[in-house]
Ligand binder design. Structure first.
Ligand code: SF4
Length: 337
């Protein structure tokens, strides 16, 4: 098991629930827009939010944003350690640095301030910030070297990340890190791209790692609004079985035997139950070939017939309804649940 670090009211590592995070893309100096975006992220299920602090004015704004934020904030700092010191004083719950652009004396100052405030530091090494060609193993070793620099200063509240835009390289680098240290890991691809393919790539990389028990907090880095990153992250956690409190609609792929409008019914049930945090599985199946079996392993289900369909609850057929009443009957069962 990895070590645990505290980021505000969230624990990363040590067997805690895998948290999901994103990063604001408003100007940090635009305090009201940034706070509004953080609130939106909070409302859709984000656990943590990272905010860039690129200059003095942003460091000053960070203080007001931290006061108004419902979520612990991570200050993202590059090049200038003094901005990290300001962000720590302003209420950052964690600092993210990239050691390749921060001098050793600057890191020393950041460590001192983080220790005083009892906050962790994430050391993130991105493939894009390393000038020469390096292997995933070398990327992991770079992150460990950076961690060793903090350890030399007596600092161990560390989260590590080694990101690249390549799925296989990212998986290999994190496996290497996981084998060599017990620091909690922030996992994800970087620059994974536009929403559809970016989410797919991230799901393969993050999902493979999580399925192997690697990873303590995730970020899906998309060329999209941060809200899309949180939604994608939650979908990945659900798909890999780490978030179970939601309504899962299991539906067949349809074929020439399909008796009912599977696509329409499945989408409608999914839309109507999206807001529920109940652990519930509903099967929407087009005929008896796989319909009976899938309906029996779900909490509720429908197995489509020519004009009437069988509704299942707890492995039993409890009703036969006309096909235009399937959605009403399934939703009645959901409400009753
Ligand atoms: S459950 Fe029936 S309708 Fe659905 S894909 Fe299988 S055979 Fe086709």
């Amino acid at each position: 098991m990895t070590r645990a670090v505290r980021v505000g009211n969230i624990t990363i590592g040590g067997g805690a629930k895998v948290s999901v995070q994103s990063m604001t893309n408003t100007l940090t100096t635009d305090i009201s827009s940034t706070v509004a975006q953080i609130n939106r992220l909070y409302n859709i299920g984000a656990d943590l939010v990272r905010v860039s602090v690129p200059d003095e004015a942003s460091a000053e704004a960070f203080s007001q944003i931290a006061k108004a934020s419902p979520l612990p904030l991570i200050a993202d700092i590059h090049f200038d350690y003094r901005l990290a010191l300001k962000a720590i004083a302003a209420g950052a719950a964690k600092i993210r640095i990239n050691p390749s652009n921060m001098g050793s004396s600057g890191i020393f100052e950041i460590v001192k301030a983080a220790k005083d405030k009892g906050i962790p530091i994430r050391v993130g090494v991105n493939r894009g910030s390393v000038k020469k060609e390096i292997s995933p193993k070398e990327l992991a070793l770079l992150a460990l070297d950076a961690a060793a620099e903090l350890e030399d200063k007596g600092f161990y509240d560390i989260v590590l990340a080694v990101k690249s835009s390549d799925v296989r390289a990212t998986i290999e680098a994190y496996r290497e890190l996981h084998a060599r240290c017990d620091y909690p890991l922030h996992i994800g691809l970087t620059e994974s791209g536009t929403p559809k393919f970016g989410e797919l790539k991230s799901a393969v990389a993050i999902g493979s790692l999580l399925a192997d028990g690697i990873g303590d907090t995730i970020r899906v880095s998309l060329t999209a609004e941060p809200e899309a990153e949180i939604e994608a992250g939650i979908r990945i956690l659900r798909a890999v079985g780490l978030r179970k409190d939601f309504v899962e609609v299991v539906a067949c792929p349809t074929c020439a035997r399909t008796n009912i409008d599977i696509v329409g019914i499945a989408e409608e049930i999914e839309r109507k139950t999206k807001h529920l945090d109940k652990r519930l599985k509903i099967a929407v199946m087009g005929c008896i070939v796989n319909g009976i079996g899938e309906s029996k392993v779900a909490d509720f289900g429908v197995c489509g017939g020519k004009s009437q369909s069988a509704i299942f609850k707890n492995k039993e057929i409890i009703a036969t309804v006309p096909n235009d009443k399937i959605i009403d009957e399934l939703m009645r069962l959901v409400e009753e649940y």
